[in-house]
Ligand binder design. Structure first.
Ligand SMILES: CC(C)(COP(=O)(O)OP(=O)(O)OC[C@H]1O[C@@H](n2cnc3c(N)ncnc32)[C@H](O)[C@@H]1OP(=O)(O)O)[C@@H](O)C(=O)NCCC(=O)NCCS
Length: 199
């Protein structure tokens, strides 16, 4: 029998695990009504209908585990070159891929929703959660996944930029949309990790 335990990550500081019982988020509040409603009402049906998997992030102190301080909801994604809103410019594509790996579509995982409880914001929790997700997707993948993507709230662009996400196209900055599409190249991250692991 397969078990979600395979997707659980734990060290002495934190625990990240797929959520099955969403009542653990009863006391959660991130300051954004849509995200609060998602985690309390919509995340479970999304999980039951295989539309997204939500991960809860907890802090550990000695052996005690906190209630969830953050969550990230993930789903499969594709970056298509014929998409108006999300494609690589020619020069970006040349930089990202050698000639023989230039496809019309690239596999990705989308961060559908991500939020940190208001009491814990600006304490590096969101950054730690993103770092864990990056590590998970370069080590424990069942299928190929080259990019993390996100439709970031405009207020969160700085947060994602600080975590090395890039904007797809500058056109997104025209102010018409409430969110802006961004991506993170997992291959660049993997190379960085390998480079730094060398003796
Ligand atoms: C955006 C969010 C996920 C960031 O998580 P966090 O744990 O607070 O962020 P970190 O402490 O890891 O911040 C890293 C950097 O991101 C930037 N940042 C984080 N929150 C920011 C905010 N509200 N406004 C501007 N910059 C912000 C800062 O540059 C920060 O570095 P600094 O504290 O040294 O200045 C969190 O604040 C949140 O849940 N906000 C409400 C919901 C939301 O906007 N979710 C994103 C949906 S796309």
């Amino acid at each position: 029998m397969f078990s979600p335990a395979r997707l659980r990550y734990e060290d002495e500081h934190c625990l990240l695990q797929p959520v099955e019982d969403f009542e653990i988020f009863d006391g959660f509040c991130c300051g954004d009504d849509d995200l609060n409603e998602f985690i309390k009402v919509d995340a479970k049906p999304h999980y039951d209908e295989l539309l997204s998997v939500t991960y809860s992030y907890h802090l550990k102190h000695e052996e005690a585990i906190s209630p969830p301080v953050a969550f990230a909801s993930l789903l499969n994604d594709t970056i298509r070159q014929d998409s108006e809103r999300r494609h690589f410019t020619k020069s970006r594509k040349r930089a990202l891929f050698p000639q023989r790996k230039r496809y019309k579509e690239y596999p990705a995982v989308k961060i559908g929703r991500l939020a940190v409880d208001g009491r814990f914001q600006r304490k590096d929790i969101g950054t730690s959660l993103l770092t864990l997700l990056k590590q998970i997707f370069i080590t424990s993948n069942r299928t190929g996944c080259r990019f993390l993507t996100v439709d970031a709230y405009r207020t969160a662009i700085r947060f994602y930029e600080k975590n090395d996400f890039s904007l797809f196209i500058a056109k997104d900055m025209d102010g018409a949309d409430t969110t802006v599409s961004m991506y993170f190249d997992l291959m660049r991250y993997k190379s960085f990790i390998l480079e730094n692991a060398r003796p």
